[in-house]
Design a protein around this ligand. Structure first.
Ligand code: SER
Length: 315
């Protein structure tokens, strides 16, 4: 069994991915690492407090646990990145280069690193955005994701590092909250629907964005990482798609379960970010190359989240 390191293990994606990987590889084989202090019950596997910008510490963790695969998820997201662009660039970029360099030196088996729809920009075709197209991101987060994609492909081509990546849409889960993203409204709205019955949305009601339920995101990630190397033909980052909806549509869907729920709209600076991203993406390459398919549509996701979050908040 390969030894796996998850960097950013307490984040929205990291917390659920770490659990999924521990179910596959065995708890003792998946090391959770985060810059934050230990959270929750860690008894199902090892934990390392780690600042991924410190390459020596990163190397020591890899050596100490005999790590062969790294999922590097730590990043500053789109909205938060705008408040300190230089630091967002430093964290998002230098951490990736540290991981890639280590993978090259220590001949690690595999690296996974997420890109995002944020790598696209205002001149990218908005509907069914192709795998290969104009990319002119105008947030520092998006710029770091586009540059990161180029670094990943570079390390694959020049040094044979087996690095794999997905351009995630907005990820919607209820077990851990996201922080600092533009698509976060689609998580917060469920909390507010249950807790107060009201939500003020920071995007206009007609703003379409590509989205994905967390279980699908976990499945896509693990399917890509487990795919036979010959099937992974894109070494920058794959488009992956599941849903596309607007705030008005998700409000209507929630109202089917909670008829008294109401939303108001007060667009802020995040509107401009959302407007620069695709409405929907074409993920044929992922579907054809390694068999990606999603399971959750808007109705199934809403059902699942309201039931699960209702239980969680009651507990
Ligand atoms: N969910 C991210 C954000 O909104 C995009 O990848 O920043």
């Amino acid at each position: 069994m390969s030894k796996v390191l998850v960097i950013g293990a307490f984040g929205q994606l990291g917390s659920e991915l770490t659990t999924a990987l521990r179910n596959i590889h065995g708890g003792e084989n998946v090391v959770a690492a985060d810059i934050r202090d230990p959270q929750g019950d860690l008894s199902d596997g090892p934990f390392e407090k780690l600042d991924v910008l410190n390459e020596k510490d990163l190397g020591r963790v890899v050596d100490r646990h005999g790590i062969q695969q790294i999922y590097h998820l730590a990043a500053i997201l789109s909205a938060k990145g705008e408040s300190n662009p230089k630091f967002a660039w430093q964290l998002n970029m230098d951490s990736l280069i540290n991981v890639l360099e280590l993978a090259k030196e220590k001949r690690l088996e595999k690296i996974y690193w997420p890109s995002s729809i944020a790598a696209f920009g205002p001149n990218t075709p908005k509907e069914n955005t192709p795998q290969n197209t104009v990319m002119d991101p105008n947030t520092i987060y998006g710029i770091s994701k586009l540059a990161g994609e180029r670094w990943c492909e570079y390390y694959f081509e020049k040094y044979g590092v087996d690095v794999r990546s997905l351009r995630y849409p907005g990820l919607i889960g209820y077990k851990a909250k996201p922080g600092g993203g533009t698509t976060d409204y689609a998580v917060d709205i469920f909390y507010k629907a249950i807790e107060t019955g009201r939500y003020e949305c920071f995007l206009r009601p007609d703003t379409y964005l590509p989205m994905m339920y967390m279980d699908d995101a976990i499945k896509a990630t693990i399917d890509l990482v487990e795919a036979d190397p010959g099937r992974v033909k894109v070494r920058s980052s794959y488009n992956v798609s599941a849903l596309s909806f607007s705030p008005a549509e998700i409000v209507d869907e929630i109202k089917k379960h909670l008829p008294a729920f109401s939303a108001t709209y007060a667009p802020d600076f995040r509107q401009e970010i959302a407007d620069s991203w695709p409405n929907s993406v074409d993920d044929r390459a992922a579907r054809e190359d390694w068999g990606w398919r999603h399971d959750y549509d808007l109705a199934k996701m809403t059902d699942t989240i309201l039931a699960g979050l209702g239980e969680l908040l009651n507990a």
